[in-house]
Design a protein. Structure first.
Length: 375
């Protein structure tokens, strides 16, 4: 192939954005159940749809008995800050950060909540901070998968089964795509727009019984905004986890989420979505292995993300930007540039709503774009 010769076959769906992510295969907006539109979300149809989202999410993720699922405002960011504001401050806190969003939680802990007993473990893009020696008496704040760095924790083995503190996990680009050991997670948050390919604006919060116990036994010293309040009169607001949201949700987004959950169930549940993700990531893994100009941003193989795959290119930043523009103009790949705070490179979503054949079709286009800008 020469720089002037473009591949003849394009991906059928060039949507490889890391959020909002590609819609599920076969998605059609005109098949959504829109019976709750134009109705109050507190009326029986709307509340029923929201409760169904909570119940089906718990079932499909195979959550342990007693775990609660709620729909909350503000996407994953709102859900995670709700958890931080509501739960932290009783115990010492360890915050692990190695990319943009994790470092945002550091800012919240240091500058907003001003936690007095705080230890921050940070690492540069491409690396994971040390997971050794974390005090089981401390609360731990971390991302399972660093969406902007393509670096994930390799497993949950570092989390103590006999911990006294809580684990607060931002799992937005891991849920429905990676194997999460739920008994080790006390709080997890995510948004529909990642592995489910859903619409934005809404967050999901998952609470373990231990997290509920903390909520009902501890009151933070700082004021909690209304949209963050999970308790009333010292008791959990159970209705949040039964279809009553804190503020008005988009019932169109809820219908879209239910469609995605239907699809997950149809293809075999969370094990199937995890398998699809791993098959997709394997396509890029093979591509990297065969090219000396393409590399992972994540240094250690065991920490490489299978969803937000971040790659570096043996080229100048301006050339990488030109590659991304060429691919977009050719409708071969859309929205695959590295996150704005990350090193120059490519970020290609490999979550379950992406089809493997589209990633296979993308690889020759990466060759073409690279040759075009470096010839």
């Amino acid at each position: 192939m020469t720089a002037a010769t473009a591949p003849s076959h394009r991906p059928a769906n060039p949507h490889f954005s890391s959020g909002p992510c590609a819609k599920r295969p076969g998605y059609r907006v005109d098949t959504l159940d829109l019976s709750a539109l134009g109705r109050s979300h507190r009326a029986a149809p709307g509340k029923g749809h929201l409760e169904e989202v909570c119940r089906r999410t718990a079932d499909l993720l195979e959550l342990p008995s007693g775990y609660r699922v709620g729909v909350v405002p503000g996407s994953d960011t709102g859900a995670f800050e709700m958890a931080m504001w509501s739960l932290l401050g009783e115990r010492p806190v360890e915050v692990l950060a190695w990319e943009s969003f994790g470092k945002g939680w550091v800012t919240d802990a240091v500058k907003q909540l001003k936690l007095p007993a705080l230890n921050v473990r940070e690492a540069d893009y491409g690396h994971l901070p040390s997971l050794e020696g974390i005090d089981p008496a401390s609360d731990v704040v971390f991302t399972w998968n660093g969406t902007t760095a393509g670096v994930r924790v390799p497993s949950g083995d570092w989390i103590s089964d006999s911990r006294e503190g809580l684990t607060l996990c931002d799992a937005t680009s891991a849920v429905f795509a990676m194997d999460i050991p739920w008994p080790k997670i006390d709080v997890a948050t995510f948004s529909w727009q990642k592995a489910l390919g859903g619409e934005g604006g809404h967050g999901v919060i998952i609470l373990s019984p231990r997290a509920v116990e903390r909520l009902e036994s501890y009151t933070p010293s700082w004021p909690i905004p209304k949209v963050f309040r999970l308790t009333k009169g010292g008791k959990l607001i159970e209705s949040i986890f039964k279809g009553s949201t804190i503020n008005t949700p988009s019932m169109l987004c809820v219908a879209d989420c239910l469609d995605a959950l239907d699809w997950v169930a149809e293809i075999g549940g969370v094990r199937a979505t995890q398998a699809r993700t791993e098959e997709n990531a394997a396509v890029l893994d093979a591509a990297v292995a065969e090219r000396d100009w393409l590399n992972y941003l994540a240094v250690a193989p065991e920490t490489r993300s299978t969803t937000s795959v971040c790659l570096t290119v043996d080229a100048e930043p301006a050339q990488v930007k030109e590659m991304i523009s060429l691919l977009a103009n050719e409708k071969a790949a859309l929205d695959i540039g590295a996150y704005r705070d990350a090193p120059a490179g490519l970020r290609i979503w490999c979550g379950p709503t992406v089809e493997t054949e589209n990633l296979s079709a993308l690889v020759p286009w990466l060759d073409w774009a690279y040759l075009s800008v470096t010839r």
